[in-house]
Write a protein that binds this ligand. Structure first.
Ligand code: PXP
Length: 243
């Protein structure tokens, strides 16, 4: 069970003042030393947190663990990815007005476009994951467009408030993870995961990696980033009985 630490919100704090601190690249190094298995960042079209310069600095600095670049499937982002060569690209839907990524990519609705898009990234040596809702038709479409992996959107699970809804969303994630793995895809998950809700998702054995940002960065204000990463990783490994 691997942990990808999403460092966007370190840059969100920096951009609130348009200054030079806190530095997301420094955060990536601390996360790496604390046991993160991957550094994840989202270069948004509106550049509200991570900037192009951060991406270049991340590529030059993070060598021990892979970089996972989340991006919208646009020509501009594709060219940046091909230039920077992160180990993985995760394609996400993007809307300008949203606070964070809402819902998964509608792969089945843009298959022809994504087929060529994914192919070009793969020809450039980049693994491609698609961030999708945990639904069978999206998994099927992801296979058809040639993705290496899917990242299952855990937002509905994370936002659920009743026991019944939590159980239902967890079942949906389990079913989708099993199905995707059986079909030969690697399976990751993320969005809205916290220290209190991570363990049931981490326990799903078909899921091999979680990407977590907001909760880790939020808690690092109080306990420091090193401790915040270690604590999350420990919870994940405990849930998986890998400790
Ligand atoms: N995975 C993907 C594809 C995302 O877009 C995000 C949010 O940027 C995350 C994981 C992390 O979500 P959170 O910040 O809620 O942990």
């Amino acid at each position: 069970m691997k942990l990808g630490v999403n460092i966007d919100h370190i840059a969100t704090i920096r951009e609130a003042r348009k200054t030079y601190e806190p530095d997301p690249v420094k955060g990536a190094l601390i996360a790496q030393d604390a046991g993160a298995d991957q550094i994840t960042f989202h270069l948004r079209e509106d550049r509200r947190h991570i900037q192009d310069e951060d991406v270049i600095r991340l590529r030059c600095t993070i060598k021990r663990i892979p970089l996972n670049m989340e991006m919208a499937p646009t020509e501009e982002m594709k060219n940046i990815a091909i230039d920077i060569k992160p180990e993985r690209v995760t394609l996400v839907p993007e809307k300008r007005q949203e606070i964070t990524t809402e819902g998964g990519l509608d792969v089945s609705g843009m298959e022809d476009y994504l087929k060529d898009f994914v192919k070009e990234l793969k020809e450039n040596g980049i693994n491609v994951a698609l961030f999708i809702d945990p639904e069978e038709d999206q998994i099927y479409a992801s296979i058809r467009v040639g993705a290496d992996a899917v990242e299952l959107h855990t937002g509905e699970y994370a936002n659920a408030t009743s026991d019944e809804k939590i159980k239902k969303e967890l079942e949906r994630l389990k079913k989708a993870a099993k199905y995707a793995k059986e079909k030969g895809l690697k399976v990751f998950a993320g969005h809205g995961l916290t220290y209190t809700n991570v363990q049931p998702v981490a326990a799903i054995e078909e899921i091999e990696e979680l990407n977590i940002g907001h909760s880790i960065i939020a808690n690092s204000v109080f306990m420091g980033l090193d401790e915040a990463v270690r604590k999350m990783k420990k919870l994940m490994l405990e849930a998986r009985q890998e400790l």
